[in-house]
Design a protein around this ligand. Structure first.
Ligand code: AMP
Length: 293
């Protein structure tokens, strides 16, 4: 008889998480950490698979972090279903799920925040004041509690991955940061826990984000180097998607996030838009064709 796929153990306190990680360490196991806010989909699971492939003890955290949501954002309606998340994890080989309540992470009197300048300031930092401070604070806390060797993040949240890399470098954290590729629906829509908010009509128009990135990649691959031209062609696609309101559409240096005028090296195309009441982000790394001698 075949066994049902095993479910990971679930703990809800930092003390229990520390004890499980200490026991794994005593067995000589390496620790991989996958921080998430739950509502798990194949994008999250790709991070779990990467951790299980590289580390011998994988911790998945499920925590909707209030500190990274603005007052007008979707903290209260953000999907929460631990049972569905555990079912999604079945068979992927994660060892432990850490699913704390808010008070466990932010007990009364909690008063410390991580503030970052530089890569945390433009794009999402400008549209969502305080967001990356909330992200950096919770990620540092999760790193301190789980003490991973390796932590896994998605390119889907490209700027977040830069912020986390900066955090680890600036604060001398002995943790390797891996950034995994964006998992998409067959039609190109980047998987997101927020896609479930979209109506059928909104989902159709949300495809404009990934289509514009595809167009940019095609233009750059064909030799186009003028950033203004590429952006104008991308914007044409949004002109026929009235339910999509752009927050930003940019071509930037992938390390500094400074806007580029000429696409002469690796370039990040990044887009954020409000689709109905749902905010979506997407991005693609573009590389110009290498010049042949
Ligand atoms: P979240 O639960 O939205 O905070 O995401 C948790 C992690 O999963 C982050 O590192 C995200 O970048 C990553 N992630 C979210 N969506 C995707 C996706 N479509 N493909 C790959 N990784 C993703």
């Amino acid at each position: 008889m075949t066994q049902p796929p095993s479910l990971p153990q679930v703990v809800t306190t930092t003390a229990a998480l520390r004890a499980c990680v200490a026991a794994a360490r005593r067995q000589g196991r390496s620790i991989g950490l996958v921080p998430t806010m739950g509502a798990l989909h194949a994008g999250h699971l790709s991070l779990v698979d990467a951790s299980v492939g590289e580390c011998s003890f994988t911790v998945v955290t499920i925590f909707v972090n209030p500190m990274q949501f603005g007052p007008q954002e979707d903290f209260h309606r953000y999907p929460r279903d631990l049972g569905a998340d555990l079912a999604a994890l079945a068979g992927h080989g994660a060892d432990l799920v850490f699913a704390p309540q808010v008070e466990e992470i932010y007990p009364p009197g909690h008063a410390t925040r991580v503030e970052m300048r530089g890569v945390a300031e433009p794009l999402e930092g400008r549209c969502r004041p305080g967001h990356f401070s909330g992200v950096a604070t919770v990620v540092l806390k999760l790193f301190n509690i789980a003490t991973p060797d390796v932590a896994y993040f998605g390119q889907k949240d490209y700027q977040q991955s830069l912020v986390v890399r900066r955090l680890a470098a600036d604060l001398d954290l002995p943790i390797a940061i891996r950034v995994c590729p964006i998992v998409r629906e067959p039609d190109g829509l980047a998987l997101s826990s927020r896609n479930r908010y979209l109506s059928t009509a909104e989902r159709e128009q949300a495809l404009t984000l990934s289509q514009s990135l595809r167009l940019a990649a095609d233009l750059v691959a064909a030799g186009q180097r003028d950033a203004a031209h590429v952006l104008a062609r991308m914007r044409e696609l949004f002109a026929v998607a009235p339910q999509v309101r752009l927050d930003y559409l940019v071509l930037v240096d992938p390390e500094t996030l400074a806007e580029v005028r000429a696409i002469t090296g690796p370039t990040l195309a990044a887009v954020a838009a409000q689709v109905g009441s749902t905010r979506l982000i997407d991005n693609a790394l573009l590389s110009p064709p290498t010049a042949h001698p």
